[in-house]
Design a protein around this ligand. Structure first.
Ligand code: ARG
Length: 352
């Protein structure tokens, strides 16, 4: 089982990288031996790097895959102390943020460490304020002794556990967290809503699967597409639910839907998110550019005789979807390996 997955991965990698067949055979033998002796095997750093990149390439929901081979892979399996783990997490945030010129990056730790956060950086959710998406996690952090300020945008701490030990939290150094105020050049009232978002989405609740091995602690990031913040995070009724306030800041008639206030507000607000990030020197992509890059990715892959798999409902942007090519074609949602997988149990608060 594991042997088969390992073999398939090694063959695919060696073919892709033009590694000679003798090396392939001897590597497969080596892995076989290690599995028979220990029940598992160890990737080389090259295998880890290739595997992580291809896992991104195979991520059906991701429109940003044009950049898959630009991923910076940090092999951190050697880290064994708590303090170096925390340093490495903060270092990931700082290095990936890169003063705003975001670098796509993954840090792969040993399964000795476990991260409870959905993303390394997220805003707390309380009963009537903050990001409702983080309510459960906020309770977990509070159980661990963390206390927020109770604002709309409290940065949550890192919650983690070392194998067989208790859960702990760590509050990040504030200087490493970059955030962007959302403003609109033609509607100064928008600024008065005091909306902001953090610069880098660093997913930390997915398992990285390579050749049958699972890395449970492998936070990774790219940069934002504007609609993630503009259409979803601030607009979904079960998230910040700000569309009416935003429309009011844009002086729209919100008394009847036939004024199209929702649609008008959404377009202007996404423009505001995009330009606010740009003005702050923080990388972000608009959905037109992202879609064009995705088309280029599809072309590159087809030249290499590889089929692009994808999940249509995620690849079509939630703003003006029919204006980009993704909307007008189908995608096969077959799941390839290596890949990123959602963990089965998410953010379960051990205290409830
Ligand atoms: N949609 C998520 C959010 O708004 C982030 C998911 C990853 N996005 C990305 N551009 N890499 O926080």
């Amino acid at each position: 089982m594991l042997q088969d997955k390992a073999t398939a991965f090694i063959i695919e990698m060696h073919q892709a990288l033009n590694i000679n067949e003798n090396k392939t055979k001897s590597r497969i033998q080596e892995i076989k031996k290690e599995i028979s002796q220990t029940g598992t095997y160890t990737h080389t750093t090259e295998e880890l790097e290739y595997g992580a990149k291809v896992a991104w390439r195979n991520s059906n929901r991701c429109i940003g895959r044009f950049f898959w081979d630009k991923l910076i892979v940090r092999d951190l399996r050697h880290i064994d102390s708590e303090s170096s783990f925390i340093n490495a997490i903060e270092d990931h945030i700082e290095t990936a943020t890169n003063g705003g010129k975001i670098k796509p990056m993954i840090s792969i730790f040993s399964n000795h460490f476990e991260i409870m956060n959905e993303q390394l950086i997220r805003y707390a959710g309380y009963n009537h304020i903050g990001d409702p998406k983080s309510k459960k996690f906020t309770q977990l952090a509070q159980h661990l002794g963390w206390q927020g300020q109770g604002t709309e945008f409290d940065i949550l701490p890192l919650a983690y556990r070392i194998k067989n030990q208790t859960f702990k939290y760590h509050t990040y150094k504030t200087v490493i967290i970059k955030e962007v105020q959302i403003t609109h050049d033609q509607y100064p009232d928008l600024e008065k809503l005091n909306l902001k978002w953090y610069a880098v989405p660093i997913i930390s609740n997915m398992d990285l699967e390579i050749g049958g091995l699972y890395y449970h602690t492998a936070p990774f990031n790219g940069w934002y597409m504007e609609t993630e913040i503009g259409v979803r995070n601030f607009t979904d009724e079960y998230r910040y639910n700000k569309l009416r306030d935003i429309a009011t800041a844009f002086h729209l008639d919100t008394t009847q839907t036939s004024s199209y206030w929702r649609d008008r507000a959404l377009v202007e607000f996404n423009y505001a998110v995009y330009h606010s990030f740009k003005q702050s020197g923080v990388s972000i992509v608009d959905h037109y550019t992202a879609s064009k890059q995705f088309m280029k990715f599809e072309e590159n892959e087809s030249k290499l005789n590889r089929k692009v798999t994808g999940k249509w409902s995620w690849l079509a942007p939630p703003l003006s979807p029919s204006l980009v090519h993704n909307y007008h074609k189908g995608y096969d949602n077959e799941m390839r390996s290596p890949n990123f997988l959602y963990k089965k149990k998410q953010n379960v608060c051990p205290f409830h």
